[in-house]
Design a binder for this molecule. Structure first.
Ligand SMILES: *Cc1c(COP(=O)(O)O)cnc(C)c1O
Length: 432
């Protein structure tokens, strides 16, 4: 997290004190650093230097259009998993010919929409999906560009909830079934089979699973090319891990080395789908302490962010660094405290027994590494307003998603006609 650092005892995003942003937009709020996103992209692109690579940002990590556009300006394409993400990527200026559509459950509507937009590639994950896409393409007098996503049966060695590459996971086409499905694809006039794809999981900290998966994928690619299939693209997925707690993360050059080794002499364009790597450490969640509570056995800091804003700790048992926005006085003793949100669920806990300097109500805290799989997973549980998102560039910031107000949130519901006019809310509405 290079852009989030203390300056004169004050935690800043680039050159802006986080206190200033919190004062302007309120808390909880997400803050992202443009320079961190750009640096992450450039580091990855540089490591891949010389390879015939397109980097398709996995939009599901953070779908804010300002971030997609920041990456798009550097040359990134997009990897999307729904029509909504596809629309976002297009709206943010990503050209359709750099967009890959992945996901196990694409609907007919989504396939048709993507086909009409002329995207680069559909990563197809099952035979029924292939048949459906073929029918839709034929109806439109078109051919759909397809890569088959292969499940290589490799254990990614990551958290069970974000591991996707074993044959008992729902993703991809089992590598043993690939020959039959390839043969079927060749017979489908609406399908242009162009490549194969793999994605074995997320937050990988070890290169060995990549090495194993890529070897299997490349062997398959060579086999099918030799059999006369006109393959030209190999999609190697995403999944590179980041440091949440000082973990040793894969060296990007070493990762690129694994790719070079696996694909040496191969006639294929490469696609990469990093998500977390590009944005995970480029964002934080700001929150203020509401109350300090001394229990008989534990101390609690109850903060104004909650699991509806950041569900990773409860969903993946994830650990997030928590830093006070004002640096503790030198020598201030740290004491263990539970950082918890206001929601009526015991799992609404960001940290247990975390050693932190003395806190007071009103203090601003920074939950780090909240750029990926955080705002995109937020909800309005407990009728809480989803937190706004802020993008910093140097000494400037912009609110790139404002906080909804309560009226807007409440107005999303509709009364059925048998209650309309009868409900206290309707009757209380000024002017009827
Ligand atoms: C989630 C996902 C990614 C991105 O994963 P990260 O771990 O964020 O890099 C890439 N490709 C596919 C198919 C995915 O489902």
């Amino acid at each position: 997290m290079t852009a989030f650092a203390y300056r004169d005892g004050v935690l800043c995003a680039e050159s802006l004190p986080l206190e200033e942003i919190a004062a302007a937009v309120g808390t909880p709020a997400y803050v992202y650093s443009s320079s961190d996103v750009e640096t992450a992209y450039r580091d990855f692109a540089e490591a891949l230097g010389g390879l015939p690579a397109t980097i398709c940002y996995a939009v599901k990590a953070n779908g804010n259009q300002a971030l997609i556009a920041t990456l798009g300006r550097l040359g990134a394409g997009a990897d999307v998993v729904s029509e909504g993400e596809l629309r976002r990527a297009l709206a943010a200026g990503i050209p359709a010919e750099k967009i890959v559509f992945a996901g196990v459950g694409k609907t007919a509507q989504e396939l048709a929409f993507a086909l009409d937009r002329n995207i680069l590639q559909f990563n197809v994950e099952s035979l029924p999906e292939l048949e459906l896409l073929n029918r839709i393409a034929l109806e439109k007098g078109r051919q759909a560009p397809v890569a088959l996503r292969i499940n290589p049966n490799v254990d990614a060695g990551t958290h069970a909830h974000i591991s996707t590459g074993r044959s008992d996971h729902k993703f991809g086409i089992d590598i043993d079934q690939a020959p039959a499905i390839f043969a079927r694809a060749r017979d489908l006039a609406g399908i242009s089979l162009q490549g194969i794809a793999v994605h074995i999981g997320s937050q990988l900290l070890d290169l060995a699973p990549y090495r194993a998966a890529f070897a299997r994928l490349v062997a398959l690619y060579r086999e099918f090319q030799a059999a006369g299939y006109p393959l030209r693209r190999l999609d190697l997925g995403g999944g590179l891990g980041i440091a949440y707690k000082g973990e040793q993360t894969p060296d990007l050059r070493a990762y690129a080395g694994v790719v070079r080794e696996a694909t040496a002499g191969l006639d294929a364009d490469l696609i990469f789908e990093p998500g977390r790597l590009l944005v995970g450490n480029a964002g934080v969640l700001l929150t203020r302490v509401i109350y300090l509570k001394e229990g008989s056995s534990r101390r609690y800091a109850i903060v104004d962010a909650a699991m509806n804003d950041l569900i990773r700790p409860m969903l993946y048992e994830a650990w997030h660094e928590i830093l006070p926005a004002r640096e503790a006085a030198p020598g201030a003793a740290a004491a263990p405290v539970d950082i918890v949100g206001p929601i009526c669920e015991t799992t609404d806990t960001f940290a247990r027994g975390r050693p932190l300097p003395p806190l007071a109500a009103g203090d601003l805290l920074t939950i780090c590494s909240a750029g990926a799989y955080s705002a995109v997973m937020s909800s309005s549980y407990n009728a809480r307003l989803p937190a706004p998102e802020v993008l910093v560039r140097g000494d400037r910031f912009a609110v790139v998603r404002p906080r909804l107000d309560h009226e807007a949130l409440i107005a999303q519901d509709r009364m059925p006609d048998w209650l309309d006019g009868e409900s206290p809310r309707q009757m209380a509405r000024p002017g009827g």
